[in-house]
Structures are given as C-alpha cells and as structure tokens.
Ligand binder design. Structure first.
Ligand SMILES: Nc1ncnc2c1ncn2[C@@H]1O[C@H](COP(=O)(O)OP(=O)(O)OP(=O)(O)O)[C@@H](O)[C@H]1O
Ligand SMILES: [Mg+2]
Length: 174
C-alpha cells in the first residue's frame, strides 16, 4: 500500500502524514528527504529556497518503496493507490505560513497556488483515486481520522469532488 499526501505548502501534509503513518502502522516517507538521499535534486532555486527535483528519476527510485505514506507536494506524481489533497482556506493558510516565519512574497505565492488549486488539478490529472480534504477548521487528528476511515472503508464520496475556493467565495485575502 502506497498513499500520497499532497497539497500546497502549509496545508498540513507533514503533520498529517506522520500521524497517519503511525496510526495505520506503515512507514512515513518525506519526498524531499527521499529525493535528496537518492540524488534526485537537479538544482536549488535560491530565490524560492526550494530544491528542483528530477521527478522522473524520483518516480523510478520510489518504485521499490512500499507500505508507506508519502509526504510532499510532488507525492501525487509518484505511483500510489490513492492521493489525499489537503486544502486550507486561503486566509487561514496565509496565517499558517506567516507563523512558519516565511517572507511575504513566499506566503503570497503559496496562497495564490492554493486559490488556483494547482496541486489538486495536477493530482486529479494524473491519478484515479483522489480525495480532497479541507483542514481549515479541523484539528490534525480529525483530518487523520477522515483519511484513516477512507483508507479502511474505501468510502469517501464527499471528498471526491473538486475543491474550489473561488466558487466558495473564499478569496478575501487577495
Ligand atoms: N487540521 C490541520 N491539519 C494539519 N495541520 C494543521 C491543521 N490545523 C492546523 N495545522 C497547522 O498547520 C501547520 C501545517 O504545517 P505542515 O508543516 O504540516 O504543512 P506542510 O503541508 O507539510 O508544509 P510544507 O509543504 O512547507 O512542508 C502546522 O503548524 C499545523 O500544526
Ligand atoms: Mg511538510
């Protein structure tokens, strides 16, 4: 079993993926760490302070890894049985990213990415089983409960539809 947890930075991937892995007794794999260990980093974007990953190579390297939860905003490009996209209301995401101490520009760039829903679109374009979960007013444990239930029962119809903040008129921060 291989399950991907993806989403815009700050939506809670690492927090949720670690708890979920512990809960269902599988390994936790950070895509970023894995990419570094397997020499899949092409370069570093100084301006964005982020690694540029060779996704094709990473995908190949990842094939031998199983029984795990994959954490990272590239995890939906790996082979997996199901993908969870964590979403967070733009105004709340802004606060979460500011709390991380990120600079204004980087916060704005990621809030924009959440509004446009680019990660979710990528995830849905390349995977069959995708569930979008709003983390905004939930505790991390509640999100883990939802994910665990979907994994164990296969029932998650209400999370199968595309999430759209613009449609929900939740774009007040821009
Ligand atoms: N329901 C929730 N689920 C997950 N995280 C939440 C939730 N509510 C609040 N948070 C907080 O939001 C922050 C999410 O940070 P986290 O590092 O887990 O995000 P991330 O998606 O892994 O970001 P990055 O892409 O930068 O690694 C944490 O401080 C966490 O406590
Ligand atoms: Mg993280």
């Amino acid at each position: 079993m291989k399950i991907a947890v993806t989403g815009t930075p700050g939506t809670g991937k690492t927090t949720v993926a670690k708890k979920l892995a512990e809960r269902i007794s599988v390994d936790y794999v950070s895509i970023n760490d894995f990419a570094r260990k397997r020499d899949c980093i092409i370069s570093h974007d100084e301006e964005r302070d982020s690694d540029i990953v060779d996704v094709k190579k990473l995908r190949e390297e990842m094939k031998s890894t199983d029984n795990c939860i994959l954490d990272g905003h590239l995890s939906h490009f790996m082979d997996s049985e199901m993908v969870f996209v964590l979403r967070c209301k733009p105004s709340s995401l802004k606060k979460r990213l500011e709390d991380k101490g990120w600079k204004e520009e980087k916060v704005a760039e990621n809030v924009d990415a959440e509004i446009t829903g680019i990660i979710e679109r990528e995830a849905r374009n390349s995977n069959e089983e995708v569930y979008s979960v709003d983390t905004t007013d939930k505790e991390p444990e509640e999100v883990v409960d939802i994910l665990q239930r979907i994994i164990e029962t296969g029932e998650g119809e209400e999370y199968e539809k595309v999430f759209d903040w613009i449609e929900k008129e939740e774009v007040d921060v821009v």
